[in-house]
Structures are given as structure tokens and as C-alpha cells.
Design a binder for this molecule. Structure first.
Ligand SMILES: Nc1ncnc2c1ncn2[C@@H]1O[C@H](COP(=O)(O)OP(=O)(O)OP(=O)(O)O)[C@@H](O)[C@H]1O
Length: 228
């Protein structure tokens, strides 16, 4: 389980996160939700140690240390591979760089996303680049996956294809924290929602419980919280 305890992040004079606490369990998809600027990406970057913060993050009950980053992969909202590389080069680069690179899974994902290893990064459409980005993260053997806006700017069919990843064995029993504004696409897949507002967790709930006990969808709860 990932436990975020009292995370505080200040950019300049702006307190973006003001004591954010939540948990994300293995085998579950936890969705971080909030309006633009609520601090969703900041939470993911902080967990990954990409930006300094106050508070603590525990992984399976142990305080997160740099060596534990082999247990977590971060899939950012855009591809960071150099544009002159071919997809095959990207895969070799990952294989050289990461001990937990799973070449077999990478090949499966190439087929799953119908990508060609000969294509250059510069020639990929936005959707293809998003799929390659997911491939590079999902092909790492680790227990937790953090995904920042995997559906941003992606067409309906590619979104469906990406959504299918969540129900496939490619996720297996890993724990996923995802940020997205495309709630409708993945509402049926999400186990838990962590709703951020004013730098804090406004609500943390299991979707099924809220559906059964209150008869509400995620968007119903969002409208209630944001009074929209
Ligand atoms: N590097 C930075 N320097 C200064 N301020 C930043 C920086 N990164 C983010 N912020 C600010 O922190 C706040 C939270 O940003 P963040 O990107 O985490 O929000 P978000 O919820 O992911 O937003 P979106 O839904 O638009 O992607 C915003 O007000 C943003 O302007």
C-alpha cells in the first residue's frame, strides 16, 4: 500500500498541498481527482521525489527511500524520449537503464498498442506517443504505477484501447494511482477516489460504496463538492 501522510508542498509563496493524506492499495485503481491546479500532478511528482515536499510517504509500511523507487513507476503526461530515437531504441535504452525492465511484457505491449518498433518518436501522433509512454512504464516490473493524465488529447478509440489496459493482465495485481479529467471513460474501472480541493483531501471513498449507499456516481460527488 502507498500511504501519503500530511504532504505539504509550497511553490514560492503558494501552498499547493496543505496536509494531503490518503492511501492507495495494491490491486486497486485509485483515482486522484480535482479541478485544474488542484495539485494532482504535484502529489505524483512528490511521491516520486521529483520535487521536494514536507510530510511522509510509506510503501508497504516502510518510509520511502530512493532504493524503493524500483517498486514504483511514474508515467508522466508526456513522452520524454528523444525525438530522433526509434521505438526499438527506446526499448533498448530502458533495458540498459532499468534492472526491472521486462522485455517480454514490452513486446506484448507493442502488439497490444499496435506500435511498430521501427517508428521514430518524432513521427508518432499524440495518441501513439501516449501509448508508447504507457508501454515504457508498464513494461517495468514493479508493484505500483503512477499515471498522470494518460488520456489527455487522445481520440475515443485510443482511449478505449488504453482503458483496456486496466482490465488486462498487464496491470495484474499492481496498485495504480491515476489522475484524469476523463472520469466517464474509466469510472467503471476505478476502485477508489481521492478528491483534492484547497490543498487537502476533500473526500476519499470507494466508488462501489458510494454507488450502493448513496446512489451516486463519481461525477455526482464532484458536482456536490465543487457545487457545479
Ligand atoms: N514548477 C512549478 N512552479 C510553480 N508553481 C507550480 C509548479 N508546478 C505546479 N505549480 C502550481 O501548483 C498548482 C498545482 O499544479 P498541478 O500541476 O499539481 O495541478 P493539477 O491538479 O495536476 O492540474 P491540472 O488538472 O491542470 O493538470 C498550480 O497552481 C500550479 O500553478
Amino acid at each position: 500500500m502507498i500511504q501519503v501522510n500530511q504532504m505539504v508542498k509550497i511553490y514560492g509563496f503558494k501552498k499547493v498541498l496543505n496536509g494531503v493524506s490518503f492511501t492507495a492499495a495494491k490491486g486497486e485503481i485509485t483515482c486522484l481527482i480535482g479541478i485544474n491546479g488542484a495539485g494532482k500532478s504535484t502529489v505524483l511528482k512528490s511521491i516520486m521525489g521529483l520535487t521536494p515536499y514536507k510530510g511522509e510517504v510509506l510503501i508497504d509500511n516502510a518510509l520511502l527511500t530512493p532504493v524503493m523507487y524500483e517498486e514504483i513507476t511514474f508515467i508522466p503526461d508526456s513522452l520524454t524520449m528523444p525525438s530522433n530515437m526509434r521505438i526499438a531504441d527506446c526499448l533498448s535504452f530502458m533495458a540498459d537503464f532499468y534492472r526491472n525492465w521486462n522485455a517480454e511484457r514490452a513486446e506484448e505491449l507493442l502488439k497490444f498498442f499496435e506500435l511498430s518498433s521501427k517508428d521514430r518518436v518524432s513521427s508518432l501522433s499524440k495518441g501513439m506517443a501516449a501509448k508508447l509512454n504507457l508501454l515504457l512504464g508498464l513494461a517495468l516490473d514493479c508493484d505500483y504505477i503512477l499515471m498522470d493524465e494518460p488520456f489527455s488529447g487522445i481520440d475515443m478509440f485510443s482511449r478505449e484501447q488504453i482503458t483496456n489496459v486496466f482490465t488486462s493482465e498487464l496491470i495484474e495485481d499492481r496498485g495504480v494511482i491515476i489522475t484524469t479529467h476523463e472520469i466517464n471513460d474509466i469510472e467503471h474501472l476505478i476502485d477508489k477516489v481521492v478528491l483534492l480541493q484547497h490543498g487537502k483531501v476533500e473526500r476519499e471513498f470507494y466508488c462501489e460504496e458510494v454507488r450502493e449507499q448513496e446512489g451516486k456516481s463519481i461525477t455526482d460527488v464532484m458536482r456536490e463538492v465543487y457545487k457545479k
